[in-house]
Design a binder for this molecule. Sequence first.
Ligand SMILES: NC(=O)c1ccc[n+]([C@@H]2O[C@H](COP(=O)([O-])OP(=O)(O)OC[C@H]3O[C@@H](n4cnc5c(N)ncnc54)[C@H](OP(=O)(O)O)[C@@H]3O)[C@@H](O)[C@H]2O)c1
Length: 228
Amino acid sequence: MATVLITGANRGIGLEMARQYAEAGDKVIACVRDPGAATELNKIAKSGDVSLEQMELGDFDSITAMRKRIGDVPIDIVINNAGWVGGGKQGIDDVDIKEWHRTLDINTIGPLILAREFKSNLAASGNGKLMNVSSQLAASTWPMGGMIIYSTTKAGLSKITQILAIDWKDEPITVAVMHPGWVKTDMGGPNAQLTPEESAEGIRNVIAGMSKADSGKFYKWNGEIHPW
Ligand SMILES: NC(=O)c1ccc[n+]([C@@H]2O[C@H](COP(=O)([O-])OP(=O)(O)OC[C@H]3O[C@@H](n4cnc5c(N)ncnc54)[C@H](OP(=O)(O)O)[C@@H]3O)[C@@H](O)[C@H]2O)c1
């Protein structure tokens, strides 16, 4: 059975991935901002091997503190799932610069620090897998205007994936990036195409099928390759 660390595990796609991994018998390290308020996740933790860890992606010290609490245990899969929409449909005329900096911390720099902190845990697994959840909005091939903050901060996360795949080429760690689909969550809204169950199942299947040769790939939830 695998040990899986998931950020943003208290709702949306992250919660559903935590549920599915726990149901499959895997050990889940579920990272949330407020463990006491994570009602659904606490229910899952009653019947599965799920531990809740407090972590705020915009507070880098909280990531380091969490790594210290968890220690040197091998971790097979790290999913940088948490994300923030960052001002929604802001364009050049109304972009909130302060919000852009905050969102850069949450969507880009925080996930990079998490990857750095848990690199040795992934390497200790012997076949570690790091999946960064980005978006099609981050792709140069996706022709949509607006949402400057969200799209650029996720594009940064996608590029980090490619850089880590190169820089960690001699490590036993596969690094990939994921577009999870348009999903019915608080972020995706009720008109989205996929349920969290469909997206989470797809992401789990992609991760299960990945090997070192796949490092640096940009996937869709259904296993197709997303054009960069
Ligand atoms: N839904 C879609 O259609 C869609 C499409 C493309 C990409 N994505 C990406 O898929 C991932 C999951 O999205 P979702 O739809 O499940 O979103 P969601 O329902 O809005 O959930 C977002 C999760 O991220 C956590 N989070 C937000 N800011 C955080 C911070 N500063 N520190 C730590 N955790 C934080 C939230 O925790 P709190 O509950 O504490 O706020 C929550 O658990 C995100 O990275 C998103 O950008 C989603």
